[in-house]
Design a protein around this ligand. Structure first.
Ligand code: SIN
Length: 330
């Protein structure tokens, strides 16, 4: 089928892009996830020229995102991607956990077709609403012949889903690709591509096909000045399967927290050491034989948490980026 005739499927999950407030000047006191995905599309007249389908998968504030919605979303993305008449998928989402959903979807699906996540920093009712342009740009990317894999489109920039970080609480250009740099910019509806787009091995849908009760409990603990590790002991008391330590600087951990992390390891908890820095990798950690804890490498703490979630009850080392599926998994 000629690519011009192939459809884009827009899957709505909520977020500020679908948020409304009482006043067009109120950019903080709004409710996320109010406008249906069809309403978001109708607000962009230029989208009438593109063959689109839309489906509401969820309608939530993404701070409440979790495994159940990720499972449902992954299944719907996968079903639509298998259709010959679909060029790509756009997912509308909240910005707050966009990087987690992007990473989860890339690890599970690593699709050959584009899956383009988009969001907005201002509600749909705002004088400064950025959702309509972001949605239009996302659709532009979803039909682009070079596009592939899970990416995110915000403020005219295309980020790889694996590199995405939310860096700013408020400004419209709130995201970064960190050291890796952006994949492309969208300028007047055209893409200026900077580097190769994501490829990788998909874990596959079967990997996540388990009951919610069978997902491990994985928590993140941040190292801070004066951290004594008591929080880890409290977590051990309630029972956890995995622990990500967001260390200071290059993943350093205070003596007290280190001792508690060792107790966690001894109790059978999987422990990964990441960094609380917004950008950069943990350099020279476990992979260099210098550490008893697994290093997150270039994964952020929330990405490392997803790795531990995806591992399920059995353990295997994280390899930052290019993580290969193991043949002994479902
Ligand atoms: C959300 O993440 O759902 C709310 C915040 C946002 O989208 O910017």
């Amino acid at each position: 089928m000629p690519s011009a005739q192939r459809k884009v499927v827009v899957l709505g999950t909520g977020g500020t892009i679908a948020g409304t407030s009482q006043s067009a000047l109120d950019n903080t006191g709004y409710r996320a996830g109010q406008v249906a995905v069809h309403g978001l599309i109708d607000a962009v007249p230029a989208l009438a020229a593109v063959p689109l389908e839309a489906e509401q998968v969820a309608q939530i504030d993404s701070k409440d995102m979790g495994v159940a919605v990720w499972q449902a979303l992954a299944r719907r993305i996968d079903a639509h991607l298998q259709r010959a008449d679909v060029a790509g998928i756009v997912v509308t989402h909240g910005t707050d956990t966009l990087e987690e959903t992007a990473y989860f979807m890339q690890r599970v699906l690593a699709p050959a077709k584009p899956v383009v996540l988009t969001a907005a920093m201002r509600p749909a009712t705002s004088l400064q609403a950025d959702g309509p342009q972001n949605l239009l740009d996302a659709v532009t990317v979803a039909v682009h012949p070079q596009a592939r894999g899970v990416v995110a489109v915000l403020a005219g920039t295309v980020h790889s889903g694996a590199d995405l970080r939310k860096l700013h609480t408020y400004r419209l250009d709130a995201f970064t690709s960190g050291d890796a740099g952006a994949l492309a910019r969208i300028e007047e509806g055209r893409l200026r591509v900077f580097r190769p787009w994501p490829e990788g091995d998909a874990l596959g849908l079967a990997w996540i096909d388990r009951d919610l009760s069978q997902w491990p409990r994985v928590e993140i603990v941040i190292n801070h000045a004066g951290s004594d590790g008591a929080i880890v002991d409290a977590l051990l008391a309630i029972g956890i399967d995995g622990l990500v330590i967001a260390g200071t600087g290059n993943g350093t951990v205070s003596e007290g927290l280190m001792a508690a992390a060792r107790r966690a390891l001894a109790a059978g908890v999987k422990v990964i050491r990441a960094s609380r820095c917004a950008i950069g990798a943990v350099v020279g950690g476990a992979e260099a034989g210098r550490d008893e804890f697994e290093s997150a490498g270039s994964l952020s703490p929330v990405q490392a948490r997803i790795e531990l979630l995806l591992r399920g009850p059995q353990s295997a080392p994280v390899q930052a980026r290019g993580i290969k599926p193991r043949s002994d998994r479902p």
